[in-house]
Ligand binder design. Structure first.
Ligand SMILES: Cc1cc2nc3c(=O)[nH]c(=O)nc-3n(C[C@H](O)[C@H](O)[C@H](O)COP(=O)(O)OP(=O)(O)OC[C@H]3O[C@@H](n4cnc5c(N)ncnc54)[C@H](O)[C@@H]3O)c2cc1C
Length: 352
């Protein structure tokens, strides 16, 4: 006999916990299934020097401010893991781990959530599995020929691993800029970006991104003209290590190369650079393979939604994957509001 619950939340990172907070307040019966051995979601796996791009108070989930990290304006990833660990204990969120959900199927009035350990019968499902688990690397000619190391952001840890090596970092977003800055002093760095790096002004940080997303949401709510996504502000938050390396002249970006060779990279004009390693900071895709049996995929691998609710399956909500599941929903401070809206809509659907 399968356990029956009002809501199964898949994923126990920040998005799953924010959902849990609001589901509890709504008085619903729910469970959170998380694939990790311990709390903290993707924050447990980032590179050593990663710091948030906003101060602690601007990186908080609903109900509880993130405490400041002594001596740091921008907390590090370990601080986020401690905060998430305390958060789930404080609100006694029913997280079960490690449980890996493999598939969600329709079964009459229920959704069957099949995991490696058990199956649950859910009246509704919130998918909050993040993107870290589906690194994206573009199809570049010659990728299989290159004889050096190739890593994605998710595998990079520290500059000491590349001391004295010729490293090509690919990507002009925050991960690319931060990893390039991390390597700028220890490795022989080539930083490659699709277009000229676009830094946000030095005196603004993630707070400005959130304020911008809030203004956009208000405009959309009020039926005013869309003010545009945060991309209009720039791609790179000039966090202190990035600013330092840039101002020291160590972050000079080159245009994207055309192909990989056995020994490095080659640009369209025939110029070449030899490399021991290539680090692909080329982004992520939403981790949605467990939802494949529902047949909901739209263009670009996204599932079409209204807010967080899947258009093709009203019993399913998607939380925290990016602006398409709510402005700034893929940030600590931004996920609270779509989580609240999802819990309210689930409550209404269940007549709770
Ligand atoms: C390099 C980097 C820097 C960032 N910096 C910031 C920042 O400074 N400030 C900010 O607010 N945001 C930042 N973000 C964005 C965002 O806050 C993080 O990506 C965050 O980890 C997203 O949380 P999440 O809960 O959506 O996903 P995750 O943290 O990935 O959590 C998802 C959880 O679901 C689990 N899971 C996945 N699939 C399954 C499955 N099939 N079954 C069961 N469990 C599953 C995973 O194991 C994981 O525990 C950053 C992102 C990156 C990549």
């Amino acid at each position: 006999m399968h356990e029956t619950v009002d809501v199964v939340v898949i994923g126990g990172g920040q998005a799953g916990l924010a959902a849990g907070y609001h589901l509890r307040r709504a008085g619903l019966d729910f469970i959170i299934l998380d694939g990790q051995d311990s709390p903290g979601g993707a924050w447990q796996h980032t590179w050593d020097s990663l710091h948030l791009f906003s101060p602690a108070a601007y990186s908080s989930l609903p109900g509880r401010l993130m405490p400041p990290q002594p001596g740091e304006t921008y907390p590090d990833a370990a601080h986020v893991v401690s905060y998430l660990t305390e958060y789930e204990q404080r609100y006694e969120l029913p997280v079960v781990r490690p449980v890996r959900v493999e598939a969600v199927h329709r079964d009459g009035e229920f959704l069957h959530v099949e995991a490696d350990t058990a199956t649950w019968r859910a009246r509704t499902v919130v998918s909050a599995t993040g993107t870290w688990w589906r690194p994206f690397i573009p199809a570049i000619p010659g990728r299989a020929e290159f004889r050096g190391a190739q890593l994605h952001t998710v595998e990079y840890r520290r500059p000491a691993d590349f001391a004295g090596q010729r490293v090509v970092v690919v990507g002009g977003g925050n991960s690319g800029a931060q990893i390039a800055a991390d390597l700028a002093y220890d490795a022989e760095l080539t930083w490659v970006t699709l277009r000229e790096p676009r830094y946000l002004a030095d005196d603004i940080d993630g707070r400005a991104l959130f304020d911008h997303a809030t203004a956009r949401r208000r405009a959309l709510d009020d039926g005013r003209t869309d003010t545009g996504g945060v991309a209009s502000l720039g791609d790179i938050v000039a966090v202190p290590p990035v600013r330092e390396a840039r101002d020291a002249g160590r972050l000079k970006a080159q245009p994207m190369f055309a192909r990989l060779t056995a020994t490095g990279v080659e640009w369209a004009d025939g110029n070449r650079a030899d490399a021991d390693a290539i680090i692909w900071c080329t982004g992520f895709r939403p981790a949605l393979s467990h939802l494949a049996p529902l047949g909901l995929r739209g263009p670009r691998g996204h599932i079409p939604t209204a807010g967080t609710q899947a258009l093709g399956e009203p019993r399913l909500h998607l939380l925290g994957y990016g602006d398409w599941t709510g402005p700034a929903s893929a940030t600590l401070i931004g996920v609270g509001r779509p989580a609240r809206d999802a819990a309210r809509e689930i409550s209404e659907l269940l007549g709770a």
